[in-house]
Design a protein around this ligand. Structure first.
Ligand SMILES: [Zn+2]
Length: 427
């Protein structure tokens, strides 16, 4: 902190964090020396905010209020007061500020003890704390009435039909609780969404997790429809995408490598961040790139993931630096081993067997490309043209040769097998 010339503005010993009996000063207000003298009235508030962290309050003065004790001077230029007599324009720069200025008063209106109003933009949350159900209803209705009165005094309307309530309680039995807003009855729901988070009665967040999963599944299904699939309209690609995140392979998984998608694989994200950071701190771009490649190689050599790919591409550089050929949907399935192979689909819980549909052996990329008798004719075609058998070594030698003709004959062999197999499986 001192190194960057930053100061901590916290005052006193009041804890900013409280969970059960445990308290701590976890929240720090940090400022530059220039700003330090402008921050006044720093304090930790007792106001309820539904978090373990307390509100930190401070004001930033327009001029330094530090040792010289100067008073704010009149701003340059002149200003006029104008009465605002219409609503806040949607999307305007000043809109949120105008809205805050007006809504601030609502947050400050007198409420019964145990009632807190929390505002976010035009969203208001009313937090009412009570022991008994009847007292809770009375207190909440009282608070709602006050809000409603304030609103109508400002020419605003509450939208009872958009109002939702949830009880947060550990009680097992909950009686008939309901609230009244402008004559409309609002009954508590099992869960309500507030600022993107689903709050459920017992605060287990089970509802939130359930909804998040549903959303992810929908997105997955939509993505799956966009891509030619290896297992019908399933979510296999997304599963594979998640796998590949932890994968240090120079081969992109087929889930992201669509036809025409040109990329020979990217280094793991943390290494790319490291490279960028090095460049930012003044390391020569080539040196940073070299460091990246070295770390990647190390990671690749020590990784336990993607051993099939490792067997194919033990040397990342030779693969990355190859002079000709781009990976695509078919090639990446073969090289990553993620695709229309029953063993992979079985591991991903997308198939109830790992057996090859043609011969019954365990179906892996290696089995399909090099051993399965079903594809003997494809391999024979290759052998005739290339004048050598279709093996792992020959395939990789061809793919890294840098020559178009050599690349193409191998690519076509792989493609014809994978494409046909994918089609058979989708039937
Ligand atoms: Zn087979």
């Amino acid at each position: 902190m001192a190194q960057n010339d930053l100061l901590i503005l916290n005052e006193g010993n009041k804890p900013t964090f409280r969970r059960g009996d445990y308290t701590a000063i976890l929240d720090l207000t940090i400022a530059t020396p220039n700003l330090r003298d402008r921050v006044v009235r720093w304090e930790v508030l007792d106001k309820e905010n539904l978090s373990d962290h307390a509100y930190i309050y401070f004001e930033v003065s327009k001029v330094e209020m530090g040792p010289t004790g100067r008073n704010p001077t009149k701003a340059e230029g002149t200003s006029k007061n104008r009465t605002i007599n219409s609503g806040v324009p949607q999307g305007s720069v000043l809109g949120p500020t105008l809205w805050n200025v007006m809504y601030d008063e609502l947050l400050g209106i007198q409420q019964p003890p145990g009632v807190t109003l929390i505002g976010f933009a035009d969203d208001i949350a009313l937090v009412v704390v009570e022991r008994g159900e009847t007292q809770l209803m009375n207190k909440a209705n009282d608070a709602l009435q006050r809000i409603s009165t304030w609103m109508s005094g400002k020419g605003l309307q509450l939208a009872p039909e958009k109002t939702e309530a949830a009880l947060l309680t550990t009680k097992r039995k909950i009686g008939n609780v309901q609230f009244q807003i402008q004559g409309v009855t609002v009954r508590p729901k099992k869960a309500v969404k507030y600022l993107g988070v689903w709050l459920d009665t017992k605060l287990t967040f089970a509802e939130h997790i359930k909804r998040t999963i549903q959303k992810a599944e929908k997105t997955t299904a939509a993505l799956a429809r966009l891509m030619p699939n290896v297992g019908g309209a399933t979510c296999i690609q997304t599963t594979a995408a998640i796998q590949c995140d932890t994968f240090t392979s120079p081969i992109r998984c087929p889930c992201v490598a669509q036809r025409g998608w040109r990329n020979s694989g990217s280094p793991p994200i943390e290494l790319m961040i490291q490279e960028r950071w090095e460049k930012y701190t003044g390391v020569n771009a080539n040196t940073a790139k070299e460091n990246l490649m070295r770390s990647w190689e190390e990671k690749w050599n020590n990784s336990t993931n993607g051993r099939w790919t490792y067997r194919l591409i033990p040397n990342i550089r030779a693969w990355i630096d190859r002079k000709y050929g781009e990976t695509d949907y078919y090639l990446t399935q073969a090289l990553a081993g993620h695709g229309c192979f029953k063993k992979y689909l079985y591991d991903m819980a997308r198939s109830d067997t790992s057996a090859c549909p043609y011969c019954g052996d365990e179906d892996t990329a290696e089995h399909t490309l090099f051993h399965c008798p079903h594809w003997n004719d494809k391999r024979a075609e290759y052998a005739e043209v290339a004048r050598k058998p279709f093996t792992v070594e020959n395939m990789m030698r061809d793919l890294t040769s840098g020559e178009e003709e050599t690349w193409e004959r191998t690519y076509q062999t792989i493609r014809s097998i994978i494409e046909r197999k994918g089609r058979d499986e989708n039937r």
